[in-house]
Write a protein that binds this ligand. Structure first.
Ligand code: ADP
Ligand code: MG
Length: 299
C-alpha cells in the first residue's frame, strides 16, 4: 500500500502548551485512519497542521510523497474541520452552488452526485433550516466531497449527533472508503474508531502512544512478529505452536497471536533455535488498545 500522508516529527506549541510533541506516523492509501485521543490531546491541532491552517513549530508532513504538499495535492484533499456556515433559508442545492462557486472545487455537475453520495437527494430542495443535525453534517461532508478528492479529513464527524445520525455517518464513511477514498478522522471515542477505522493513531497530551492497523492495535491479544529468510518454513513450524490462537503471514513477517499476557518472546526464540531457524526479526506488540486507551484517559 502506498503512503498518502506522512507526519514527520511534528511539534506544535501554543505558548507554554505543548499541543503536539514530535509526532510521526504514516497513513496508508485506502485506509480509514482514526486519530484517537481524549479532548485536548492535540487532534484538531494535528488536522489543522496537515491542512495548512496552522504551521508546526518543527517537523513537517508529506502528502502523496511530496514534502509540504503542493497546490496540486491540495485539490485531492477534502476536509471538514468546523461546520461550514450554510444559509439557513436556502436549499442544499443552492448552498452547494455557493460553496462550489467560492471554493472553485469541482463543477456544478458534481452537486447532484455528492448529494446522492450523502443520501440527501430526496431533500435537496428543502431549506437547510428544516434539516436534522445529522442531515446538516451530511451536507457538510457533501461540500467536502466537491471536486472528488482522494482524501477526506474529518474532525469528530459524529460529534453531537443522535444514534441514528451517528449510524448514518458511519455508513457514509464506509461507503466512501469502498469507493477508494482515504479517510483521516479525529475522534475521542474508542467505540467509533473500532467500528469504522482500519488504522489508528492514539494521542495522549500531544504524544503519539501507538499507531497501526486496528486489527493489531485493538485486539485483546499479544502479538509476536517474527521473520526469517525462509518464511514458509517459519510459518509451518508455528502452525501447531502451543498457545497460538491465530497465525498470519503478512508480507515479510509472521504474526503469532496469543491471548493477552501469555506470549513468551524468549520461548519463541528458543523454539526457533531448536528448529534450526534463524530469525532476523523478533518483536512483541502491545496488549490491547482498550488497556492503552484506559491508561491514557485515566491520568
Ligand atoms: P483535541 O482536538 O484533541 O481536543 P486540540 O488540538 O484542540 O485537542 O488542543 C490541544 C491542546 O492545545 C489543548 O491543551 C488545547 O487547550 C490547546 N489549544 C488548542 N488551540 C489553542 C489555541 N488556539 N491557543 C492556545 N491553546 C490551544
Ligand atoms: Mg478537537
Amino acid at each position: 500500500m502506498d503512503t498518502i500522508l506522512s507526519l514527520i516529527n511534528v511539534s506544535k506549541n501554543y505558548g507554554p502548551i505543548k499541543a503536539l510533541n514530535n509526532v510521526s506516523f504514516d497513513v496508508p492509501e485506502g485506509s480509514v485512519f482514526g486519530i484517537l485521543g481524549p479532548n485536548g490531546s492535540g487532534k484538531t491541532t494535528m488536522l489543522s497542521i496537515i491542512l495548512d491552517i496552522l504551521k508546526p513549530n518543527s517537523g513537517g508532513f508529506s502528502w502523496f510523497g511530496e514534502y509540504g504538499g503542493s497546490p496540486e495535492s491540495r485539490k485531492q484533499i477534502g476536509s471538514l474541520l468546523e461546520t461550514p456556515n450554510f444559509y439557513h433559508y436556502l436549499s442544499a442545492v443552492d448552498n452547494l452552488n455557493i460553496t462550489q462557486a467560492i471554493s472553485g472545487r469541482g463543477t456544478k455537475k458534481d452537486i447532484d452526485e455528492v448529494l446522492e453520495i450523502v443520501n440527501l437527494t430526496h431533500r435537496k430542495r428543502s431549506k437547510f433550516s428544516t434539516y436534522s443535525l445529522g442531515m446538516k453534517q451530511r451536507l457538510a461532508i457533501a461540500a467536502a466531497l466537491l471536486g472528488t478528492p482522494k482524501v477526506l479529513v474529518l474532525d469528530e464527524p459524529a460529534n453531537g449527533l443522535d444514534p441514528e445520525g451517528i449510524a448514518e455517518i458511519r455508513k457514509l464513511i464506509k461507503q466512501l472508503a469502498d469507493r477508494g477514498v482515504t479517510i483521516i478522522m479525529a475522534s475521542h471515542l474508542l467505540d467509533e474508531v473500532e467500528k469504522v477505522c482500519t488504522h489508528v493513531a492514539i494521542l495522549k497530551k500531544g504524544t503519539l502512544l501507538t499507531a497501526g492497523n486496528v486489527d493489531e492495535v485493538l485486539v485483546n491479544e499479544d502479538i509476536i512478529e517474527i521473520a526469517s529468510s525462509n518464511m514458509e518454513a517459519l510459518k509451518t513450524a508455528f502452525e501447531n505452536y502451543k498457545g497460538v490462537t491465530n497465525l498470519k503471514l503478512d508480507g515479510k513477517t509472521v504474526h503469532l497471536f496469543f491471548p493477552a499476557g501469555t506470549a513468551d518472546i524468549e520461548e519463541v526464540n528458543r523454539f526457533c533455535f531448536q528448529q534450526g531457524i534463524t530469525l532476523n526479526h523478533l518483536t512483541m506488540k502491545r496488549k490491547s488498545l482498550e488497556t492503552k486507551f484506559f491508561e491514557l484517559t485515566n491520568n
